[in-house]
Design a protein around this ligand. Structure first.
Ligand SMILES: Nc1ncnc2c1ncn2[C@@H]1O[C@H](COP(=O)(O)OP(=O)(O)OP(=O)(O)O)[C@@H](O)[C@H]1O
Length: 361
């Protein structure tokens, strides 16, 4: 509960924290408190017992108090807060829309003593879209949790018995389609490409269960070429690194959809490994733009949950790419203009060009 005492130059808000251990709220060695101060550097934060006093300009104090209230609500709901939660909560409060505790509070999976939750607004929208649609495309830069959250939703669906199987697939650009796999030797050959999917699975499930579920076919990790000719029923299917599919592969994959199946396709259009030609992911965004039950979730540098520098690296590259694209468009336009001028200079006007256009059909 916060109370205001207005002074001419500064406002003070006092927040009594009930029902929450202060160490959970402020973190070991006050790490979360330091993070809180970083979000609102102009506000003085004083903690005495279970009372937090915030002093500073009225607007800043109000924002800091709203942040504290949200952190208290999340802690009270059993959310073990980390520094990223403080940063993300402050960001979410900057937007009109759902409250941080609504965005960051959803538990997708509890596994090995950890709870997997969305960590940003974009991740929450992505997870909600997966819940609500049959086919979801998660498109955005590296490190935004596209694969991780798709897999968490897959494991959740299996645990809730909404599906019978999980299928994880990737286009194996360098080997998969060219080597020609034999089922018996699959694991040996595909490991390097599918390794990240195994690793994420092992983070989300008891590592002892994973081989058992794979042996029984409940979980299948296979190159995209293995989907050809099949109908995928009662499954949760994740196609990862979809920027490396050709348009034909993407169509082949999407048309495998059977009853009771959900598909999540993840990719980053800026990270294509294909030597040439169009990306199936780029094409599909235009082809399936406006179909009910198919959703395109866009993640951005704001959703990067790796080191905060990764978000800035992503932005810097986007800016560089935009400049290059603009420069290329300018060059093409100049060349086209020069071409046209040359054509005009080289061509004597014909009789049709001198004739008035009106009346021609
Ligand atoms: N909500 C989350 N909770 C916990 N960890 C997360 C979350 N989102 C992402 N991560 C972490 O970030 C890492 C990167 O996520 P992920 O591999 O899904 O990114 P991506 O968007 O698919 O990027 P890439 O294109 O590089 O694969 C994951 O391995 C995971 O450790």
């Amino acid at each position: 509960m916060a109370s205001d005492e207005s002074a001419p130059e500064a406002t003070t808000a006092r927040i009594e924290v009930d029902g929450v251990a202060m160490v959970q709220l402020l973190g070991p060695q006050d790490r979360l408190l330091r993070m809180l101060e970083k979000q609102h550097p102009s506000v003085d934060v004083l903690v005495r017992g279970n009372e937090i006093t915030l002093t500073g300009a009225a607007g800043d104090v109000r924002a800091a108090a709203a942040l504290v209230d949200e952190l208290v609500a999340m802690t009270r709901a059993g959310h073990a807060l980390g520094p990223a939660d403080v940063v993300q909560s402050a960001r979410i409060l900057d937007h009109d829309g759902p409250r941080p505790s609504e965005v960051l509070g959803e538990a997708i999976l509890s596994t090995r003593g950890r709870v997997i939750r969305p960590k940003t607004l974009g991740q929450k929208a992505y997870v909600d879209a997966i819940e609500e649609n049959t086919i979801v495309f998660g498109i955005g830069p590296a490190g935004t949790g596209k694969t991780y959250l798709a897999m968490a939703k897959a494991v959740q669906a299996l645990q809730r018995k909404e599906v019978e199987r999980i299928i994880l697939t990737r286009p194996a650009v360098e080997a998969g389609e060219r080597l020609g796999f034999l089922p018996g030797t699959l694991t040996d050959k595909i490991d390097p490409y599918l390794r990240p999917l195994y690793d994420a699975l092992n983070e989300m499930m008891d590592p002892e269960i994973v081989p058992r579920l794979m042996a029984s076919g409940t979980i299948e990790v296979a190159p995209l070429a293995y989907m050809r000719g099949r109908t995928l029923n009662d499954s949760f299917v994740v196609l990862d690194e979809a920027q490396n599919t050709t348009p034909e592969q993407m169509k082949m994959f999407l048309t495998r959809l059977g009853f009771g199946t959900k598909m999540v396709v993840t990719g980053d259009i800026t990270q294509m490994d294909l030597p040439q030609g169009a990306s199936g992911l780029r094409v599909v965004t235009r082809v399936l733009d406006d179909i009910d039950d198919i959703h395109f979730a866009r993640l951005t540098s704001d959703d990067v949950v790796r080191h905060t520098l990764v978000g800035r690296i992503v932005d810097a590259y986007s800016e560089y790419d935009e400049k290059r694209t603009a420069a290329r468009a300018e060059r093409e336009e100049a060349a086209e203009f020069a071409n046209r001028a040359e054509r005009r200079a080289g061509m004597r006007p014909g009789p049709r060009d001198r004739m008035p256009r009106r009346g021609r059909s």
